[in-house]
Design a protein around this ligand. Structure first.
Ligand SMILES: [Zn+2]
Length: 477
């Protein structure tokens, strides 16, 4: 692969830029079966860092990890009417196994509410068995005809949290708590400014009473749903007969929730931060935070490499994720280009003259270089990484602010969704929402929680608006 050739500029073809950067930064490649991808070590390391942060936050809030089967009896999926209707078109079903036709076909899980509901109906008897706070890390299958790595793949990795509670209030609190964790991951780790809000009836999870979401804006102005948390009410409890005897001795249905975040989140990071030079990774999740590139000739090789290795050791001691690129077969220029493409936040250039001066050059992936003393680097780099995170977040926030418009006419609306997000009133009617989608390809992303209460008329049909505030509309991945 000719690494010297530049990427397709974002402004020319954003979609092509995305596909190229994923391949060339070695995040992922296409699998032999249509719709599948292979996540390569660099991409998997990024996913592992996301997992690490989430897993810690899940456990801090009382959740435990468990594992449920990949195969689900088809009859389970049919028990919740909306659920089966929503997932049927994308189910993969096993009809044969062990050389025989199965008595009952098995769905490869598209999500695990049903099988977990079935198990809970056996495990939950009394209020003492509640709450159930579970999380599962795993893969699910939703058959897709068009693949886009991380965004649309037939099999994907995710986590799915499932909880059961004695009361509606407790379950709804959980829904918001977990959405809050996703928002924290987005803002404080991935440097993604996200909008938290409620999905409309049309866009909610199949089988939920309501769905909450975090929505991020990509650099082409489109939205990416980056994590969702659902209140399922008693829907699955009734379908699977999950009842408990409460303190008042009454037998009641439990209230359940589910919440999930998938490797789509990698897509959000790539498309929010990347530029024409390649990826730009947020320091708190980047597999490599700083790369040391030694610059030497034959006669200075040993001296420079020794100093570079010493620097690497001291940076590791300072708790940084550091890589020393000591490959002899590539020029420094080639290495600079490659690490820029891979989005490493900082590069340290160390040559014989720098060494004599006791200094090194620190280059930021956001632009700019500075000379720093070798001794001070382990102390200064954490500060620089912190500032990098803040700058990345601010840059994304400024971009979003510049591409979000409050609109009141359908004409303005159509312009706005061509460039970014539109904040508009909507009547709440599903048919009207579908018509907007057909006419503009934009969908409602969410009813934002943090929005001023406002009354108005539907941007398309002119009927009084629902929700008491403006709704976020956008074209979406
Ligand atoms: Zn309307």
């Amino acid at each position: 692969m000719a690494k010297e050739k530049g990427l397709t500029p974002q402004s020319q073809d954003f979609s092509e830029w995305y596909l190229e950067v994923i391949q060339r930064a070695e995040l992922a490649d296409y699998g032999p079966v249509r719709g599948t991808i292979v996540v390569r070590p660099y991409g998997y390391a990024l996913w592992e860092n996301i997992q690490g942060v989430l897993d810690r936050m899940f456990k801090e809030t009382g959740h435990q990890n468990a594992y449920f089967p990949l195969f689900i009896p088809m009859s389970f999926l049919r028990k919740e009417a909306e659920h089966v209707e929503g997932f049927s078109p994308e189910l993969a079903v096993v009809t044969h196994a062990g050389g025989e036709e199965l008595e009952e076909p098995l769905a490869v899980r598209p999500t695990s509410e049903t099988v977990i509901g079935y198990m809970w109906s056996r495990w939950i008897r009394s209020w003492r068995d509640l709450p159930q706070l579970l999380n599962q890390w795993g893969n699910v299958v939703r058959w897709e005809m068009r693949t886009r790595p991380f965004l649309r793949t037939s099999e994907f990795l995710w986590q799915e949290g499932h909880t059961a509670h004695a009361t509606r209030e407790e379950a709804e609190e959980e829904v918001r708590r977990m959405l809050g964790i996703y928002a924290k991951l987005a803002r404080e780790y991935a440097a993604l400014p996200v909008i938290e809000g409620l999905k409309t009836e049309k866009e909610k999870f199949a089988g939920a009473v309501y769905t909450t979401t975090i929505e991020a804006m990509m650099r082409d102005g489109k939205a990416l749903q980056s994590g969702t948390s659902h209140y399922l009410g008693e829907n699955f409890a009734r379908a699977f007969d999950i009842k408990f005897q409460d303190k008042d001795l009454q037998v009641k249905y439990v209230h359940t929730t589910s919440w999930g975040l998938s490797w789509r989140f990698l897509g959000a990071i790539i498309m929010t931060h990347g530029d024409d030079g390649g990826l730009i990774l947020p320091p708190r999740l980047a597999p490599i935070q700083v790369v040391v590139v030694p610059i030497y000739r034959e006669e200075s090789r040993e001296r420079v490499l020794e100093a570079a290795l010493d620097l690497k050791r001291r940076l590791l001691q300072a708790g940084l994720r550091v890589h020393l690129d000591d490959r002899d077969q590539h020029t420094p220029g080639y290495k600079f280009h490659e690490w820029e493409l891979k989005g490493v936040p900082f590069r340290i250039e160390l040559g014989p003259k720098d060494l004599e001066a006791g200094e090194a050059v620190l280059a930021s992936r956001l632009g700019g270089k500075e000379r720093l003393s070798l001794g001070a680097l382990p102390v200064l780099l954490p500060e620089r990484l912190e500032a990098f995170h803040q700058a990345l977040y601010q840059r994304a926030l400024d971009f979003r602010e510049a591409h979000i418009r409050r609109v009141d006419t359908y004409e303005e609306f159509q312009e706005a969704v061509g460039e970014g997000f539109a904040l508009a009133f909507h009547c709440g009617d599903r048919a009207c929402e579908r018509a907007i989608q057909e006419e503009t390809t934009a969908t409602t992303r969410c009813v934002p929680f943090e929005a001023e209460p406002e009354e108005g008329l539907c941007v398309r049909c002119g009927r009084p608006a629902a929700y008491g505030r403006r709704v976020v509309f956008a074209r979406a991945y």
